[in-house]
Ligand binder design. Sequence first.
Ligand SMILES: CC(C)(COP(=O)(O)OP(=O)(O)OC[C@H]1O[C@@H](n2cnc3c(N)ncnc32)[C@H](O)[C@@H]1OP(=O)(O)O)[C@@H](O)C(=O)NCCC(=O)NCCS
Length: 157
Amino acid sequence: MEQVFELEEKCFKYPYPPQLLAMLRALYPELFLVAKHGNRVVGYVSAVVRSDGYGHIVSICVDPEYRRQGIGKKLMESVEARMRSKFGLCRYRLEVRVSNEPAIRLYKSLGYRIVGVLRSYYPDGEDGYVMVKDVCQQGERSSCAQISSSSSSSEAG
Ligand SMILES: CC(C)(COP(=O)(O)OP(=O)(O)OC[C@H]1O[C@@H](n2cnc3c(N)ncnc32)[C@H](O)[C@@H]1OP(=O)(O)O)[C@@H](O)C(=O)NCCC(=O)NCCS
């Protein structure tokens, strides 16, 4: 977890505190995934289950030295697969800074679409986009969670 927090600090202007990262992992260990190169943690993603049946990607980050190698995409695909297999979720949601072109491109390439704008969502006043992806088959319902997440402010997800 120490390495995850170091990575978080490299990735974000307002990193999540270690306690929050530890809580996210404790709540949904199946949805807290790391990418490693040898013993070095070079990426992570964290997601939670919302009570409205959406899987919420709370944070994703790849070490700047390891970007554009497909790690972010792989982390997203893996966490989506787990949200589906472990929790029966087929709808996913995240928030992203409107200026975060790399992340927006990544999410669009995976099938996410912008469905709303959250005014002054981030601590520095920047707006956020809400992006969602729905892969539910006809008649399929995304399950509801036993543990609901708050729609917490999120730097990444
Ligand atoms: C967003 C982030 C996780 C992407 O990780 P990554 O491992 O570099 O992404 P990938 O290599 O898997 O990229 C997959 C696709 O996303 C898009 N993409 C990723 N980075 C991009 C960039 N800098 N510019 C344009 N497109 C980009 C491309 O379509 C890319 O496919 P391609 O390389 O075949 O063109 C990474 O840039 C990061 O950690 N940023 C800082 C933290 C952050 O902003 N997290 C998201 C907050 S919502």
